[in-house]
Design a binder for this molecule. Structure first.
Ligand SMILES: Cc1ncc(COP(=O)(O)O)c(C=O)c1O
Length: 410
């Protein structure tokens, strides 16, 4: 078992004096309280006994139908019968790993990958291979080579886990060409791909790219979604779409794990998506997060040291920044916390210690003025560490990391 860097920090970052750029928290303060009150009033008047009861393991019909509508908004055609409601997307990751992985089985994922998935994969004793991402997402040449190398040893990955759109933590999006290649590879080698897509609807610029699920039609691609980033993380509602043989096992696994997802929050969410203008709310979030992303990038240009690089994500909630490689972001974090600011150190997104000079920065959870102040503090801690390094090594010659094509460099 291994802990998640983000969960470890939750207790510290919940302190009001800390500016947290660490979590992946949506801004729930913008959700209209009248809408919340109206849903609760309806429940109080009409559905108390029902929402206080257990529900079906696979989820209520109403929520499953609404999920097909949400997926249709991203161009996917799905039958509600193929949807399993889960307790957050996190449980979907857990269940698919639980049913597919035996200790020592190989699982492939992005490098870097979602830090919250690593403890899950480790808890089922998967043998994790991470494939490097560049500005266009997971590199298909390296993936093909890895599959071929494994085949030469008589081995095959159980599945490929990827966040192709506005990746957590890298912020990058898999190009259309690579998406087609990934789906073709999955078919050719009969390997399942698990597409985790919490951020697809949070696009701030650029053209929509079809999901892996829509390119594949749901034969080799298992799809994970969540309401956490478009409505609320506190409802704990996610889902998994999979072909019947997998769905049956997922439902067995879920029953063993928590019987069912909360009937109360499913009722809330089902009615909200059926009757309220949820697209308008998502559009509002997109406007807010776009401004916050831009504020963060502006502050990084101003305060981060020479030689730092970062990307400008077209959507999602994260910026991935890399500092001069003499800096270790885990060390920086310890100092940054004393200055009242938190981020996720890059090593949390790898299983093998890579990412030591990188960091994941979240721009959705706090307002622009705090983002700017938080980045200023991280920048000053980084400058201090660099100055110390220069004094100790008596050099101004820093080794600089390569900049990617989107990389900013102040
Ligand atoms: C890629 C990814 N998958 C899954 C999750 C889990 O989300 P939840 O369990 O709140 O749906 C997150 C949360 O940040 C995420 O970024």
């Amino acid at each position: 078992m291994r802990s998640s860097a983000m969960r470890d920090m939750m207790a510290i970052t919940a302190r009001p004096e800390i500016i947290s750029l660490a979590g992946g928290l949506p801004d729930t303060s913008t959700f209209p309280s009248e809408t919340f009150a109206a849903e609760m009033d309806r429940i109080t008047r009409t559905a108390v006994a029902e929402v206080l009861q257990y529900g079906p393991t696979e989820g209520t019909v109403l929520v499953r139908e609404q999920i097909t509508k949400i997926m249709a908004a991203e161009g996917m055609t799905v039958d509600a019968a193929d949807v399993t409601v889960t307790t957050g997307g996190q449980q979907a990751i857990d269940l698919i790993t639980k049913i597919l992985i035996d200790p020592g089985d190989i699982l492939i994922c992005d490098a870097p990958t979602y830090p919250g998935a690593i403890p899950t994969f480790c808890s089922y004793e998967a043998d994790i291979i991470q494939i490097e991402c560049d500005a266009d997402g997971m590199r298909m040449d390296l993936l093909e080579q890895t599959i071929a190398d494994l085949a030469a040893k008589g081995r095959k990955p159980k599945f490929i886990y990827s966040i192709p759109t506005f990746q957590n933590p890298g912020g990058v999006t898999l190009s259309l060409e690579r998406r087609k290649r990934l789906v073709a590879l999955a078919r050719q080698h009969e390997i399942l791909v698990v597409e985790d897509n919490p951020y697809g609807l949070l696009r701030y610029e650029g053209e929509t790219v079809p999901t892996l699920y829509s390119l594949d039609g749901g034969n080799y691609v298992v799809y994970i979604g969540t309401l956490s980033k478009i409505l609320s993380a506190g409802l704990r509602i996610g889902w998994l779409v999979s072909p019947t043989p997998i769905r049956e096992k997922v439902v067995l696994g879920k029953g063993a794990s928590d019987l069912c997802t909360s009937s109360l929050t499913q009722d809330f969410a089902g009615h909200y998506f059926a009757h309220d203008p949820w697209r308008e709310y998502v559009d509002e979030l997109v406007g807010i997060y776009r401004n916050r992303r831009d504020a963060m990038i502006g502050a990084m240009s101003e305060y981060f040291p020479h030689g730092a690089s970062w990307n400008k994500p077209h959507g999602g909630l994260f910026i991935w920044a890399t500092l001069p490689d003499v800096l270790n972001t885990a060390d920086l974090l310890a100092k940054a916390l004393t200055k009242g600011v938190a981020f996720v150190p890059g090593t949390a997104a790898y299983v093998d210690g890579r990412g030591a000079s990188s960091m994941r920065l979240n721009f959705s959870g706090v307002k622009e003025d705090e983002i700017i102040e938080g980045i200023r503090r991280i920048g000053s801690v980084a400058q201090e560490h660099l100055a110390l390094y220069e004094t100790m090594t008596n050099t101004n010659e820093m080794r600089l990391p390569d900049l990617d094509e989107n990389g900013g460099n102040s």
